[in-house]
Design a binder for this molecule. Structure first.
Ligand SMILES: [Zn+2]
Length: 854
């Protein structure tokens, strides 16, 4: 049980122990009699013993259930109950299992299983929530069809599949597609819908609905368009059609994750589906479009073909993240999407891969699977597929995916199945490539070059540091996309993919008239850390001339990082060449505004801390913060004359539209406004705040004003205007902490936890405050330790209600070994305090233990 004291070590599960379930589940019928504190769930399940099963035990998972009665073939039985489920003597021929249990949706604050959010019933079953609904073999390799009857007074009662009937106080659903229990969903409440329809390319009419609380109907149109675009895209690019008569999306306020791909009934955190110009920023719109696509794409990659066990989670998540990234690249700008993804990968996955929580994309053991919904499984899982596609080519990838859908439709699969379709479709041996799935850690790729008599040689060496449980690493296959530029900036060799398979390996290029400048790891062709001795003038050259937009941005990013590091380590002034290059880019109207905004956005302070750590220095968060401030101030002063013109030129007038071009322009405009605010004391930002008719501009202006400590009046006005809107209030909470000075951040966050609108029961609100606290690098790591204490106190409080969200947020401490001895001692004290809490959940125990042990 999750709330049992962890005095004895929690059980560890191992990939190598996989054993199939000893029974076929032929069919499942469920009846729900809804009541907030005493919902009855009646199950009728047809089981068929598998001849010769390795493990013939009849074990059904079940947690926090009150068993009312159980029967086999109509005869009452008394099963043996444990904390995690039940066993029972059963016939050796097919039989019907019946059970009635009682559960308490209103008392369920963990938000797993069936729970209530604002008076509405909803479910979250991935990964192991179904066992809190009824006794069942709750494992992804057990697939069955489901019939569901819902009884209750709620106006709307939804489940998976197609509706088969309804009347006063009841509704019935049938899902004809066999699915694992983690894809089960039920929603009941007084909801309203935004309806639409879609005709598949084979002519099937599909009813579409987005269900929301009354009052939110006006925020569904964008999500609906995104859904229809996703359906079309999956038909055109992957040849995949939708397979039911109806597709429902429901918005829920209290939700641990972003969204969930339950078959035919996707449940969304309301922050990931509701959009309107006055309440959502451009970033919200982009995220909503991507998440709707992601969950929809799971219908094939996840639902029709699912995972054999939870160790294979990246089979569905890596592939579906890869697919949603392709979709966004097609809908918007491919280079901008790629650069944004790499920024995110470095911010979230690289620290994970280099710290105590490092694990391979396919982990081999876990205590609590909820702790493995990580950047490594999702984002690195997607990077691995990107490498695979680069190695086998676009045609090879298409053939392999067609074979995957043909061969495995309706099955629960493994990474081995996935790689086998690539081997069979392309004839390629992927034995060595598979190391990407089993080895943790980010490879460091160092490079040396030589040039003689027209021959240019690049010599690469790969090394991966030890990670928990994996001291030694074998060399991996690394696709290195390289192009060469001549001294005048012309490209003398277009992009080629070098295939590195050894620990150290050289590649030569003949017939070059002069020593070229290499552009290495174009499009970030592999998730590695490239280490190359180079000069700032060469970086500036690539920033000006590289034909690969990713590496062009990368050169600017490296310049920014080196300039910042020189300021911190040597007390240097902001690098003049870099400032000069930035100014040129900023004024270059031929460049995509979104790209210019990315070039102008500095590396994050956490990123600089990581870079310092990697170079053997102990990062000082205050110093890193001060260098960032000095740099931005200097840039603003040097651009003083042109900022007002640039601001005017990038201001988007007219009715708000969330399209990619307007979004990029507004992003650039916001960065210019933040520089301008350093010079004009917030006058322009205050004018923009007054005039703004959309959230993107209102939020950008408020952000600049708060950062300049000139935003008290606007912050109050913002609160008065939006206090009735939970999603906008999340922004208000987060922004005050994100913009706070290092010495003030913890106090501001602490005060906000005392605000009437702060609650531990809503994960979005908790993340808004504590996520912003942990994200304010210099504030969180302030020498007083107040940030550490505040986060620990709140994690301890939240753990009693919601272990899953608590455990995930413990990751804020994962980089603790980077810092000085005093900070490490302060963090250790807080981690030990969390670990020593009575009744700490299994989720949080595992996370804190891993972070402390490394
Ligand atoms: Zn997913």
């Amino acid at each position: 049980m999750k709330d049992a004291a962890p005095a004895s070590a929690p059980e560890t599960f191992y990939l190598k122990d996989y054993t199939p379930f000893g029974f076929e589940v032929v069919s499942v019928e469920l009846t729900f009699r809804l009541a907030p504190n005493a919902t009855r769930v009646i199950s009728k399940i047809r089981f068929s013993p598998k001849p010769g099963a390795a493990d013939p035990t009849f074990f059904l998972h079940g947690e926090e259930l009150t068993l009312i009665r159980a029967a086999i073939d109509g005869t009452e039985v008394t099963p043996t109950l444990t904390d995690t489920g039940l066993t029972c003597d059963v016939p050796d021929t097919p039989f019907t299992w019946e059970a009635e249990v009682e559960i308490d949706p209103e008392g369920n604050t963990a938000l797993e299983g069936l729970y209530m959010s604002n008076g509405m019933y909803c479910t979250q079953c991935e990964a192991e929530g179904f066992r809190k609904i009824t006794y069942y073999p709750d494992r992804p390799d057990v697939m069955s069809t489901f019939k569901v009857r819902i009884e209750g007074d709620e106006k709307v009662k939804l489940s998976n599949g197609n509706p088969t009937g309804n009347g006063a106080g009841w509704a019935e659903w049938h899902d004809p597609w066999p699915k694992p229990a983690y894809l089960f969903a039920l929603v009941a409440g007084d909801l309203v819908n935004h309806p639409d329809s879609f005709t598949t390319r084979s002519g099937k009419e599909v009813e579409l609905n987005i269900w929301v609380r009354p009052g939110d109907e006006g925020k569904c149109a964008f999500g609906m368009e995104a859904l229809k675009k996703s359906m079309t895209w999956d038909e055109e690019v992957y040849g995949r059609e939708y397979d039911l008569d109806i597709f429902n999306i429901v918005a829920v306020d209290d939700f641990n994750m972003g969204a969930m791909e339950n078959k035919g009934l996707n449940i969304f955190n309301s922050s990931c589906v509701l959009a309107s110009p006055d309440t959502s920023t451009d970033a919200n719109y982009e995220r909503i479009e991507a998440i709707i696509a992601h969950e929809y794409f799971h219908n094939w990659t996840g639902n029709r073909i699912t995972c054999r066990d939870w160790f294979q989670l990246c089979l569905k998540e890596g592939l579906t993240v890869f697919r949603d990234a392709q979709f966004t690249a097609d809908m918007r700008s491919a280079p901008v999407k790629r650069i944004s993804d790499v920024i995110d990968l470095r911010a979230r996955q690289f620290p994970e891969d280099g710290g105590p929580l490092a694990h391979p994309p396919r982990p081999e053991q876990f205590q609590e699977i909820n702790n493995f919904y990580t950047a490594t499984v999702y984002e690195k899982g997607a990077e691995v597929i990107g490498m695979l596609k680069r190695l086998v080519g676009d045609d090879g990838y298409s053939k392999a995916l067609d074979l995957y859908f043909d061969r495995h439709d309706g099955q629960a699969c493994t990474i081995e199945d996935w790689l086998k379709v690539f081997e069979d479709a392309t004839g390629r041996d992927l034995t060595q490539f598979k190391l990407w799935y089993s080895q943790a850690g980010t490879p460091r790729l160092s490079v040396e070059e030589s040039y003689q008599d027209g021959t240019y040689t690049l010599t690469f060496e790969q090394k991966t540091a030890p990670t928990p449980g994996q001291p030694d690493k074998a060399p991996r296959v690394i696709p290195i996309a390289v192009g060469l530029l001549g001294p005048n900036g012309d490209e003398v060799l277009p992009t080629q993919v070098l295939e590195m398979t050894e620990g150290k390996q050289s590649f030569t290029f003949e017939g070059l008239a002069a020593k070229p400048v290499p552009s290495i790891l174009r499009e970030f062709s592999a998730p590695v850390i490239l280490e190359r001795e180079t000069t700032n003038s060469e970086r500036a050259f690539l920033l000006a001339h590289d034909t690969d937009p990713f590496n062009r941005w990368e050169a600017g990013n490296a310049l920014a990082r080196e300039a910042r590091i020189a300021m911190i380590l040597d007390g240097a002034a902001p690098d003049a060449d870099y400032l000069d290059a930035l100014q040129k880019m900023l004024r270059d109207d031929d460049l995509d505004p979104a790209f210019r905004a990315l070039v102008l956005s500095p590396p994050s302070q956490s990123n600089i801390a990581q870079a310092l750590h990697e170079h053997g220095h102990t990062p000082d968060p205050q110093q890193i913060h001060d260098a960032a401030e000095t740099f931005a101030q200097t840039l603003a002063e040097q651009l003083a004359d042109s900022l007002p013109r640039l601001y005017a030129a990038t201001t988007v007038d007219g009715p708000y539209s969330p399209d990619a071009v307007s979004t990029g322009k507004r992003d650039l405009n916001a960065r210019i406004l933040s520089l301008l605010t350093r010079l004009d004391g917030g006058q322009q930002a205050a004018r923009q705040y007054e005039a703004a008719d959309n959230m993107t501009q209102q939020y950008a202006a408020l952000s600049c004003l708060l950062k300049a400590e000139k935003g008290a009046a606007q912050s109050q006005a913002f609160y008065d205007q939006w206090k009735g809107d939970r999603l906008v209030m999340d922004k208000w909470f987060a922004l005050q902490i994100a913009t706070a000075a290092p010495e003030a951040a913890a106090q501001i966050a602490q005060d906000l936890t005392g605000h009437a609108l702060f609650t531990l029961k809503n994960p979005n609100r908790f993340r808004a405050v504590m996520g912003a606290m942990a994200g304010n690098h210099a504030g969180f790591h302030h020498a007083s330790g107040a940030g550490y204490r505040l986060l620990a106190e709140n994690l301890i409080a939240l753990d009693k209600l919601n272990p899953q969200t608590t455990a995930r947020m413990c990751a804020a401490f994962q980089t603790w070994r980077r810092y000085d001895a005093d900070r490490q001692a302060l963090i250790r004290e807080q981690l030990q305090r969390i670990a020593g809490t009575d009744g700490l959940s299994r989720d949080t125990t595992e996370m804190v233990t891993r972070i402390l042990d490394a």
